[in-house]
Design a protein around this ligand. Structure first.
Ligand code: 9MR
Length: 369
């Protein structure tokens, strides 16, 4: 009897995120090149134990794969897919058509003049085709287009939309069409931040319907989920999940993290960008970077509450959600330490810098019971 009790307790302590949520959705984690290359063994071991899906944080972006017109570099990308496939993980490709981390030669000729419409179509086609064929059979799904809708629901003015005379519909139609032709076995997604905002949400929904009306396949929409302790309101998140699910596509939470640091009111008043060196001055630093020596217990408790309410919300909508991916494993690797202000100490992920789990991690294991 005692033996059975001991082993039951042991089982509970050993429960993992991927097992706890196995009947709900995939549990994913973004990996950087150190993890994929095996240079961060502690993180890698935890990911293999806890997660069943991965996203490449930077390794499959255009500036890495195609940094110069005559250079293709698949080393980091191959490392990522080998890590995923050797360990039986579902693997995302991220991302094909994006205005960030994309070299300027995509849009300009060698003399600096803008490419013509036909040259842009050819650039997009050859990039998508080369990359997707290289990884065919190893990447399960691609974020084909990333962040092309503005907060008001219209197309953003980005390098891609500008290069197509503002015709975002054409950018999106061509990207998904080329992607479908280049690797018919991969699922094709749209991915964006602020997708919970009603106007932006509806703009994304309009874009998805536009593709569907044109007979172009789109398999899913990713809600990035770079959120904070008290934003956005949960009702907006729920409404976004339901809106995208009603389009008949998969819904994914793709880049989840929970920022605990103050929003930068001063920065907006002064009108400087938040990476301005003034924010490293002591008077700002004290206010904007308050947890340099560790997270106080009361804030830790708020972190746990926020993670719990978010995961409970996702779990309640598990019939509509295909995957929940966290944007990194431990606080030390998060982009949130350097954005929007560089050199802060943030606590946005489920593991501490020393790779021990936060109370939030334990709390998530209990939700599906
Ligand atoms: O986490 C990524 C960070 O390491 C890069 O410096 C940054 C550069 O653009 O991109 C980060 O990831 C972004 C993702 O690819 C798309 N959505 C927003 C993410 C955070 O900026």
């Amino acid at each position: 009897m005692a033996g059975i009790l001991v082993s039951l307790t042991f089982c509970h302590a050993q429960k993992t995120l991927k097992d706890a949520y196995a009947d709900a959705f995939r549990m994913g984690c973004a990996v950087n090149s150190q993890i994929a290359a095996g240079r961060d063994g502690r993180s890698s071991d935890l990911i293999l134990k806890q997660f069943n899906a991965v996203s490449p944080e930077n390794d499959l972006k255009p500036e890495v794969i195609h940094p110069r017109p005559d250079t293709w570099n698949f080393r980091a990308g191959d490392q990522y897919v080998n890590y995923a496939k050797n360990n039986g993980l579902w693997a995302l490709g991220h991302t094909l058509v994006w205005h960030n981390q994309t070299p300027s030669f995509f849009f300009n000729r060698s003399d600096g003049t803008p490419k013509s419409h036909d040259e842009m179509v050819e650039t997009m086609h050859s990039y998508i085709d080369t990359v997707m064929k290289h990884f065919a059979g190893k990447i399960d799904a691609w974020d084909v287009v990333n962040e092309i809708i503005d907060n008001d629901g219209s197309y953003r003015k980005t390098l891609w939309t500008n290069a197509f005379d503002g015709d975002g519909d054409e950018v999106v139609r061509l990207a998904f069409k080329f992607a479908q032709e280049s690797d018919p076995g991969a699922e094709l997604y749209y991915n964006d931040f602020n997708a919970w905002r009603p106007e932006k949400r509806d703009g994304i929904a309009r874009m998805v319907r536009m593709l569907q009306k044109n007979g172009i396949r789109i398999d899913g929409v990713g809600i990035q989920a770079h959120w904070g302790l008290n934003y956005p309101k949960n009702e907006y998140i729920t409404a976004a999940i339901d809106t995208f699910a009603s389009l008949g596509v998969k819904v994914m939470i793709t880049e989840l993290d929970v920022d605990v640091l103050p929003l930068t009111r001063e920065g907006q008043i002064i009108g400087q960008t938040m990476s301005d060196p003034q924010f490293q001055l002591e008077e700002f630093k004290t206010y904007l970077d308050p947890y340099r020596d560790g997270l106080p217990d009361d804030v830790q408790a708020q972190v746990t509450t926020r993670w719990k309410e978010l995961m409970q919300l996702f779990y309640n909508r598990r019939d509509r959600i295909d995957r929940v991916t966290i944007w990194g494993l431990h606080d030390g690797m998060s982009w949130k330490n350097d954005y929007p202000i560089p050199h802060r100490i943030n606590y946005p992920l489920l593991y501490n810098r020393d790779r021990t789990p936060k109370p939030a991690f334990e709390a998530l294991l209990a939700i599906p019971e």
